[in-house]
Design a protein around this ligand. Sequence first.
Ligand code: UDP
Ligand code: MG
Length: 307
Amino acid sequence: MDLSIIIPLYNEEDSLNELTRQIVEVLKDLDLSSEICFVDDGSTDDSLARIKHLREQNRKIKILSFRRNYGKSAALSEGFKMASGDIIITIDADLQDDPAEIPNLIRKINEGYDLVSGWKKKRHDPITKTLPSKLFNFITAKVTGIKIHDFNCGLKAYRREVIKEIPVYGSLHRYLPVLAHWKGFAIGEIIVNHHARKYGVTKYGWRRFFDGFFDLFTVLFLTRYRQKPLHLFGFFGLISLMAGFIISLYLTVLWFQGHGIGNRPMLFLGVLLIIVGMQSFSIGLIGEMITNLKDEEESYPIKEKIF
Ligand code: UDP
Ligand code: MG
């Protein structure tokens, strides 16, 4: 199979017919064998019945349906497992992403990129969404060093090797380019057409900001310190411990000189820094033990093997 299209969907009944028609139209002009994988993320509306009906007319369509709503990351993760294409393209089900961009994504992949992300340069979403998103993308690009503008675009293309190497869970789908970049894959970007939501409602409220924020920490931690947690916790622990030690030493000298130190706020600070420092250091050590015990080995993506 050359190409798999993965569509995560949660209560998108009104969009599905039109979306499928547009995708089929695009695929017709491509000289590639292809499949369309719908992942129904526990929809409670008529979505599943609609895609089943669509499958009756089109055997390219594959369906997977969750018993309940698990979130977009889970849907993508299962979608990646069921996809058999060499190139895998994800697209939102709400018609905000334009299927006409599919050939452009493939072209960019063929230029030599492993992951190509869409960039919704001109976005048709309310400002409450676009503004935080701008900030978010800016921070993510800065701290990760990846030069793309739109990390959370639903429209993305992957080479098969990429999806085999990166785990998606929780709400980490926002950071797929970061995880892929960390594994050494080449990340590209193309500007894509974006539409306003025509039917249905967005599935994310204000919670998305917190989710995204925590995930950034998770991703940074997992990419940099997964294999060496002590290097992070130990660093802060040691600094805190040393500061506490210096303060205590200073107060000890004063005490020997006959000064009273029992009511010095600094005493409390010194003690606090020592305790916190020890704790942080210990957490780092426990982290190292967990890393050491975990049986699945970290995989290192291999580009070529010449023996
Ligand atoms: N989605 C999903 N499971 C969820 C939430 C969303 O599969 O729990 C799908 C949704 O149906 C859509 C895509 O993920 O196809 C993007 O969701 P949405 O359009 O609500 O996000 P937004 O465009 O507002 O960022
Ligand atoms: Mg949307």
